[in-house]
Design a protein around this ligand. Structure first.
Ligand code: FES
Length: 104
């Protein structure tokens, strides 16, 4: 299993655990834990409502061109902004810390 952390308030992190053998994305894990993510495109990198800011943890693979294009449309973009639907929950992401980004 893999563990990721959601910073819900400064200094307050919630641990989420997920299996790594189901091909889940971080967006799916966040939704399953009732975080308010709309994911209207269903994880196709086409809506940006699954925007998160990566705060700490292992280096992630670079965003794809589609992900970049979508991130570019956001009114507020952080240096470490990502679309959580494009982050696969594999052992490589163990220890990742994210914060839900505000969606305008
Ligand atoms: Fe739509 Fe991630 S769910 S971009």
């Amino acid at each position: 299993d893999v563990r990721v952390y959601v910073e819900e308030a400064p200094g307050q992190r919630r641990e989420l655990e997920a299996p790594t053998d189901m091909g889940l994305s971080l967006m799916e894990l966040l939704k399953a834990n009732e975080y308010p993510i709309q994911a209207t495109c269903g994880g196709m990198a086409l809506c940006a409502t699954c925007h998160v800011e990566v705060l700490a943890g292992p280096a992630l693979p670079e965003p794809s061109e589609d992900e970049w294009a979508m991130l570019d449309t956001l009114p507020v973009l952080h240096e470490t902004s990502r679309l959580s639907c494009q982050i696969r929950l594999t052992p490589r992401v163990d220890g990742l810390v994210v914060r839900l980004a505000e969606v305008a």
